[in-house]
Write a protein that binds this ligand. Structure first.
Ligand SMILES: CC(C)(COP(=O)(O)OP(=O)(O)OC[C@H]1O[C@@H](n2cnc3c(N)ncnc32)[C@H](O)[C@@H]1OP(=O)(O)O)[C@@H](O)C(=O)NCCC(=O)NCCS
Length: 256
């Protein structure tokens, strides 16, 4: 089923749901190098991502072009949010687990939380990201939800892993707009910063896994910069493990 045209002027992309076209997931899964490998091996929340897809198939969206190719995807989960910064989940992990708990307990959702927004690698930088966010806002609004919550993963932060997160998110361009393009896009669509989620996604794993994911060796304990991470990982050779705690920025799109 076609949910709506996401770009009424050009009508080039339409939005379809996972409920109607589960087969399209394969196209998104085939996109390479979207996330650093280690991010796909988070704790409980990451392992339960598939459950969210089954529980909320109308909130898992694909943007499809006229030739039937997937140009982008946006995944979200509805949850019961009390409407204040204090009552936001801890971060991405917390939001996903809360949405599943709320669903199991039959609690009525009040907001949707964006879990992922991806544009096909060869189509990035052409405005599809904006359409993905617009589709997520629309699906939340069409379900009567009052907000789209976004634990924003700033896209350029991994290039500045040593910059403190709370400073990086304040960086501005010459025109005064946010330095980071993904924060900038959310903001240009009316989202407001509510809160820093210092521990949004957690990955704790044996060093052999980290070596496989990063191609690096970790001869002694301490912080290490690894490709794709927004901040250093902490290596503990005595425990034979490393810990990554990813910071995200809670931005809220209040919906009419
Ligand atoms: C983040 C992402 C969804 C943005 O989608 P997009 O279609 O490329 O974004 P847009 O074309 O709408 O561009 C938005 C802004 O980002 C800028 N931008 C896009 N890609 C960029 C890049 N690689 N480097 C620097 N700036 C970039 C655009 O120039 C634009 O800037 P503007 O505000 O000055 O106009 C896409 O790059 C992506 O899929 N990245 C990998 C997954 C990811 O990180 N998702 C976000 C976290 S969930």
């Amino acid at each position: 089923m076609i949910v709506r045209e996401s770009h009424p002027k050009r009508r080039t992309l339409r939005v379809v749901t996972f409920r109607d076209r589960p087969d399209l997931l394969g196209a998104v899964a085939a996109w390479k190098n979207v996330w650093p490998d280690f991010l796909l091996h988070g704790q409980e929340a990451r392992r339960r991502f598939g459950e969210a897809r089954k529980a909320f198939p109308d909130f898992f969206l694909f943007l499809v072009d006229g030739a039937g190719r997937v140009a982008g995807s946006g995944f979200a989960a509805p949850l019961a949010w009390a409407g204040t910064a204090e009552t936001l989940p801890e971060g991405w992990d917390g939001a996903l687990l809360q949405s599943l708990d709320d669903h199991a307990a039959g609690r009525a959702p009040t907001a949707a939380c964006a879990l992922s927004a991806i544009v096909a690698p060869h189509r990035q930088g052409r405005g599809v990201g904006r359409q993905v966010l617009a589709a997520l806002r629309d699906v939340a609004a069409s379900h009567g939800l009052g907000a789209l919550l976004a634990p924003v993963r700033p896209t350029l932060k991994s290039l500045y892993p040593l910059a403190p997160f709370e400073r990086y998110i304040e960086w501005k361009r010459a025109d005064g707009s946010p330095f980071d393009p993904w924060i900038r896009l959310h903001r240009s669509m009316g989202a407001r910063v509510e809160h820093i989620a210092l521990c949004s996604m957690v990955v704790r794993a044996p060093l052999r896994n980290w070596e496989q994911w990063t191609g690096l060796r970790f001869p002694e304990s301490g912080p290490y910069v690894v490709p794709g991470a927004l901040c250093p990982i902490l290596v503990d050779c005595d425990r034979d493990e490393a810990l990554y705690e990813e910071p995200n920025l809670w931005m809220i799109h209040r919906l009419a």
